[in-house]
Design a protein around this ligand. Sequence first.
Ligand code: ZN
Ligand code: ZN
Length: 500
Amino acid sequence: MPVQGGVRAPAVIRVAAILAAVTALVSAQAGAPDAQALRVEVEGDLTDTQLEAASSRRIRLGPAAGSRGAVVELPLEVYVARVLAGEGSPRAAGAAQQALAIAIRTFALANLGRHARDGFDLCNGTHCQVPRAATAASRRSALATAGRVLTYAGAPAELFYSASCGGHSESAGQVWPGINHPYLQAAPDDVHDDEAPWRLVLTLDQVQRALAGVGFEGRLRDVRVEERSASGRAARLAVPGLSPNVIAGEPFRAAIGTTVLRSTAFAIERRGTMLHFTGRGYGHGVGLCVIGAGRRAARGETAAEILARYYPGLVLAEVAGSGAPASSAERTVPREADPPPGTEIDRIAAAAHASLSAVLGVSLAPIAVRVHDSIESFRQATGQPWWVTSVAEGTSIDLLPPALVAQRDGLESAIRTAVAELLVGPALAGRPRWVRVGAARHFARHGARQPSEPGPEVRCPSDAELTLAISAAAQRAAEARAEACFARAYARTRNWRSVR
Ligand SMILES: [Zn+2]
Ligand SMILES: [Zn+2]
């Protein structure tokens, strides 16, 4: 088949570790943020101009996924004041607001490369942090803590916070498999004792519809908590009657709606077709608890004490005061970094594109391959756990660190599969996910060779089996079935574009 002219070699972008310059360590004492450093009170009404003067850099803020809007550049401290107004609890005492301001700033600086592919630093949705109009109080807290971040091993720490842990925080690894930060472990929080539990009633039908929306198939018969995490949250739910018949706790909550099902710290009682949920807390429960921080401040704890409580082991430090980097894009995504692995991946991707575009009669140019340095960076960019090897969308590929990929199918096979997925993507848009995944795997392995006869009948995986697998083994099994399913249909139709 003809290859279109003008096909350019895939560009390789290596995602470097994204670290803001951390200069002066405020605390000499590792593990205990310095309480003295935070006894700063700012009086009077502040303006954005004052916050701008205190900002070490600017943040490029873009629209949340699925929404429209321009990219705006905000001085760091103006951004912190706005997010604090959006995420904080307005009536909490100053120390709680300051602790949250530091967590918000740390999150921002640790996640600057998250939306590099979209052309900005952070989005304005719950995926990153939600800004609102700043208030006098949020401006004061941003200014009082200007430039202060929590660091781990000398760099702004990857951290999280949530509205309320409900009495026991959750470990990060339980919510995002593969993360294992010593400062984000599950721990009891003794300030929630007087809180009443929340209640929610859903019908089996409502839950089935919500799960169908994220790719589950079948008729739901029941919902049961099958496994709980160390903090007591629902880690895994059985959903008999659906395919797959199991889902992890947080994806379940996300499918129902994170503001409807407030947390995964719940018990379920079934009465006929009604499911009665009783639970505690609001949010994923990892890291600083906004409600808990407010209660700690009210009983006299300082911002530093609150932070030490929710992020044990992190060090309070200050980012560079002035001379902000000209552009984070240039700084965080150096195109020419690490030539040897880049060249190797570039070569594999170019060869895969050349051979596969000839087989499929489709070409795409240029393809950007983002090779991540760490599982954290891959997860931040894609939202996928470590058992997903690559994410191929549009014209770009996100790949796990090569050392990990090499242990699985091998680097070459992984890149060929991802390139094939990009190539078949447009023609297979709107089909079940197994068609695209199966076609990519089939062509990456077998090239132009057509299956001589249909293989054994296999049940094609539902979309959710491919996107919400609860383990590496489940992910592999679903992908293998997608390939078998595709090969069977392809042997019949002899035209990959008509498989559905
Ligand atoms: Zn985002
Ligand atoms: Zn709490």
